[in-house]
Design a binder for this molecule. Sequence first.
Ligand code: MGP
Ligand code: SAH
Length: 598
Amino acid sequence: MTKSMKLKKRSRLKKGIKSTIKKENGSSHKITKYWIQRYDLFSRYDQGIEMDEEGWYSVTPEVIAIKQAQRCRGKVVIDCFSGVGGNTIQFAKVCSSVVAIDIDPVKVELAMNNAMVYGVANRVDFVIGDFIQLAPSLKGDVVFLSPPWGGPMYRDVESYKLEMLQPRDGYSLFQIAQSITPNIIMFLPRNVDLAQVEELAWLSSPPLTLEIEENFVGGRMKAVTAYFSCSAVYLKGPSKTGSAALYARNPHSNGNLRKLQADGGGEATEENGFVDGVILGLDGGATSTVCVCVPFFPFGDCFPEPLPILGRAVAGCTNRNSVGETAARDSLEQVISEALVQSGSDKSDVRGVCLGVSGVNHPSDQEKIENWIRDIVPSHVKVYVQNDAIVALASGTMGKLHGCVLIAGTGCIAYGFDEDGKEARASGGGPILGDWGSGYGIAAQALTAVIRAHDGRGPQTMLTSTILKALGLSSPDELIGWTYADPSWARIAALVPQVVSCAEAGDEISDKILVDAAEDLALSVKAVVQRLGLCGEDGTASFPVVMVGGVLNANQKWDIGKEVSKRINRYFPGAQTIIPKVEPAVGAALLAMNFLSS
Ligand code: MGP
Ligand code: SAH
């Protein structure tokens, strides 16, 4: 250690002791309670830890931070609200890299000091900045959110609502985090409304897996941690035994297929068993883009199940209408190269790429994006750009474009193909154009019912108390302000679970809203099926109907998906409803494989 470093350290230590003495004298009585718990917060407290007032009441106690970090071992983690570094330090100990962001320069200085006390400062990239503004430029495997809860007064409410989080409500923070990765950890008050936390997972498409952990220190519950993740199969770099086990199920393999990484890629050879290269499947969603890299199985209709995922990466949005051409192209390039790196492949291994993206209906849109991808991959690679509904269909039919897909999440659409490739669609015009079966449509009708009951224009409904409670409002009059405070459709659609729970409790209005929604969704499928003649002349032919989105796959007691299926089968006894087992990006990869082999 150099002399100047030693001096700096000694002066920091002195400052730490000085602030401790100040607090011991009781000059800052607000933090006394936390100071008493100082060794629970930092076991090395006496070695020079420095805090400020917000730091005292917000820092994650060490045992909790250790547990959270264990779940992220070996990953790239973004600690978006890093404060004085309680979590950052523990991530730095076990993660491959950590980005620690805080808007307050004082906090960043304190966190750097505290990370030095634990000897991990050189393993962290500290950033002074606003997470919300930085989000589009961030990449990582896990996003950790421990935002301000509004101070220690968070305890004053019986049920803490996600709307109370700062600097944005929890739904918005979650959506922003999702643009980086579906692997999100949220550190939340112990009195948080868990139904709202579940909604976050439920409303994601595909719905995310959620684990909730109650966090105790010395037998006292301190907080709750919510771990969200994508349930897609994820194998980081094909382990030899793991890959062999998966590939062995490929009927065309020699039972011993594996991808060799050691010699740095290049054309695959018969010797390493990986003769057919890889396929990239991309899902260009509204906020993020997912890319999966899978092995190419050249016999179109026969894939191993589950399909082995060699690499999976997430980047920003690739819809140029939302983010502009440069950002969209950059995200495409980034997500493709990350998925390839993870799979241990390089561009020369790629045989085909398929991207599913919303708003691609015109051949010129399609061509433009295809050309962007062609600039990224070698010229022999086949490139396909498809509407996201088509990719969703492929995710349920193992890549075959035949049958109908019904998507009902925030919005809804039905889309289909006959055996000759003729296409048809119904719904999908958005809430103003009558998508009443969508999450937005269901929730908008519920809000309407509350207002009508309040005015005296309609019957009383359980929706009134349930929705007001969920939103932390005290009167239906406040709904008007709440509704127009934010134009996001997803925020409105997040009320669907409230409508379902009221219907389950016997509320007739809610029941009718859901029955009408199920009817409307089934009618959209019926319109597509009839236009394409999928049901055959006598109406009994067999065809797949793929059901996608949070409204259809929520698995609640009042099961909208089941009600829609029942109605579809009443119209068409030969319809086979399918819930895809794979995410849309895998659907895109399957589609590319089918295009390539046909
Ligand atoms: P607390 O409720 O203020 O303390 O915070 P305690 O000891 O449980 O008080 P009691 O008298 O109710 O028993 C408990 C923990 O929640 C703190 O140690 C912090 O880790 C966390 N925490 C509290 N606040 C106010 C915040 C916050 O605003 N943001 C974040 N990220 N964490 C907080
Ligand atoms: N997990 C931290 C505590 C975080 S407290 C720890 O263990 O120490 C929340 C932090 O969020 C505060 O330090 C606050 O300065 C920071 N913050 C508030 N708004 C922010 C924003 N827009 N971007 C980044 N940080 C922000």
